[in-house]
Design a protein around this ligand. Structure first.
Ligand SMILES: Nc1ncnc2c1ncn2[C@@H]1O[C@H](COP(=O)(O)OP(=O)(O)OP(=O)(O)O)[C@@H](O)[C@H]1O
Length: 316
C-alpha cells in the first residue's frame, strides 16, 4: 500500500513577476508530522492555500490521498482538514452547534453527524464544552474547536497554520500533544515560526526561502547533523592569552563572551573537553563551567535563509 498521502510535484505560483512558490516538490506519508518553516514572505501560506485547493498553482501537481487536486478538486479537498491562522469560528454558536454545522459543510450524512461531532470533541478534549458559546471560550479552547472542525470528517491530511500562536505555555503543551497524536493516524503539515515546536512534534522538516525549498530532512537526520560543535567554559582567573586553548587538538576558534567566559569551537569529530579541563587545572585558571554546545535548528535556519529579513513585497 502506498502510504504517501500528500505528493507535491514542481509546484509554482507566480503573482505577476513574483515567484511566490518556485518549483517545490515534497511528499508526506501517513504517520508523519511535517514542520513547514520559512521567514516572512517565504511562500508558506501560498503553498498551503494551494494544498487546500483555495489557490490555483501556476504550474505543478498536487495529489492528496492518491487523488489529483486539479483533476478531481471536490474529492481531493474532502481528504483535507485545514486550520487557518485565523480559525473560521462563529463566536455566537455553541461548540456543538458549530461542529454540527461543520459536519454538514463537509457532507457528513445526517445520521452520522452526531457521532462525528462526538468523536471530534473527544479527540480535542472538548467533551465538557459542547454547550458553551465559542465566544466565551479561552483562546486555547477556541483553538481546540478550530482543530476539531479540521478533523470532523476524519481527513487523511490535516494542515495547521501556526496553531499555537497566542496560547499560554500550558495550552501550547496541550495543543502540541494533540498535534503529535493526530500525526499517528493522519499526515499533518504544521506551519510555524516556533522552531522548538518543530523539534518537539515533527518527524520531518521543510524550510522554504524565497519560494524555494532549501531543506527537506527527517528530524532524525537533522538531529544527527546537529552534533556538538563547541564548549562553553568559564574561569575564575581567565587566561590572558588563550593560545594554549587554541592549540588543543580539534579546536578551531575561540570567542570571548566576557566575564571570564569563552566559547571554544571545535570540529564535529573532536572532543577537546578533557584536555581543556586538564589544561585549566595545570594553569590554575579556576574552571567554573564546562558545558557542551549543540548546533540548534535555529542556527541551521539562519544559515539557510536569506539574511535580509525575507524579500521585499515587490521583489521578483
Ligand atoms: N494574492 C497575492 N498577490 C500578490 N502577491 C502575493 C499574494 N499572496 C502572497 N503574495 C506574495 O507572495 C510572497 C509569499 O507570501 P506568503 O504569504 O506565501 O508568505 P509566508 O511564508 O506565508 O509569509 P508569513 O510567514 O509572513 O505569513 C510574498 O512576497 C507575498 O507578498
Amino acid at each position: 500500500m502506498d502510504d504517501t498521502l500528500i505528493r507535491v510535484e514542481h509546484l509554482s505560483r507566480h503573482f505577476g513577476a513574483l515567484r511566490a512558490v518556485d518549483g517545490v516538490s515534497f511528499e508526506v506519508r501517513r504517520g508523519e508530522v511535517l514542520g513547514f518553516l520559512g521567514p516572512n514572505g517565504a511562500g508558506k501560506s501560498t503553498t498551503m492555500q494551494m494544498l487546500t485547493g483555495n489557490l490555483a498553482p501556476t504550474t505543478g501537481r498536487i495529489t492528496l490521498n492518491g487523488i489529483d487536486l486539479l483533476e478531481c478538486p471536490r474529492a481531493a479537498k474532502a481528504c483535507v482538514g485545514y486550520l487557518p491562522e485565523q480559525p473560521p469560528l462563529y463566536r455566537e454558536l455553541t461548540v456543538d452547534e458549530y461542529l454540527a454545522l461543520c459536519a454538514r459543510i463537509n457532507r457528513i450524512p445526517r445520521r452520522e453527524a452526531r457521532a462525528a461531532v462526538g468523536r471530534a470533541k473527544s479527540r480535542c478534549g472538548l467533551e465538557s464544552a459542547g454547550g458553551r458559546l465559542i465566544g466565551n471560550l479561552s483562546k486555547g479552547y477556541q483553538q481546540r474547536v478550530g482543530i476539531a472542525q479540521a478533523i470532523i470528517h476524519t481527513p487523511p491530511v490535516v494542515i495547521l497554520d501556526e496553531p499555537t500562536v497566542g496560547l499560554d505555555p500550558i495550552q501550547i503543551r496541550e495543543i502540541r500533544a494533540l498535534i503529535a497524536e493526530l500525526g499517528r493516524e493522519h499526515s499533518v503539515i504544521l506551519s510555524t515560526h516556533i522552531l522548538p515546536e518543530v523539534q518537539t512534534v515533527c518527524s520531518r522538516v521543510l524550510i522554504i526561502d524565497r519560494g524555494r525549498l532549501v531543506l527537506s530532512e527527517s528530524l532524525e537526520d537533522l538531529n544527527r547533523g546537529l552534533g556538538e560543535t563547541g564548549l562553553r567554559v568559564a574561569f575564575e582567573q581567565p587566561p590572558a592569552d588563550p593560545a594554549a586553548i587554541a592549540a588543543l587538538p580539534g579546536v578551531t576558534t575561540i570567542q570571548d563572551l566576557g566575564d571570564g567566559r569563552l566559547r571554544v569551537c571545535h570540529g564535529p569529530d573532536a572532543e577537546p573537553a578533557a584536555a581543556l579541563a586538564r589544561l585549566a587545572v595545570e594553569r590554575g585558571w579556576g574552571l567554573t563551567e564546562l558545558s557542551p554546545e549543540r548546533r540548534t535548528l535555529e542556527q541551521v535556519f539562519v544559515e539557510l535563509v536569506h539574511q535580509d529579513g525575507g524579500r521585499t513585497e515587490n521583489a521578483a
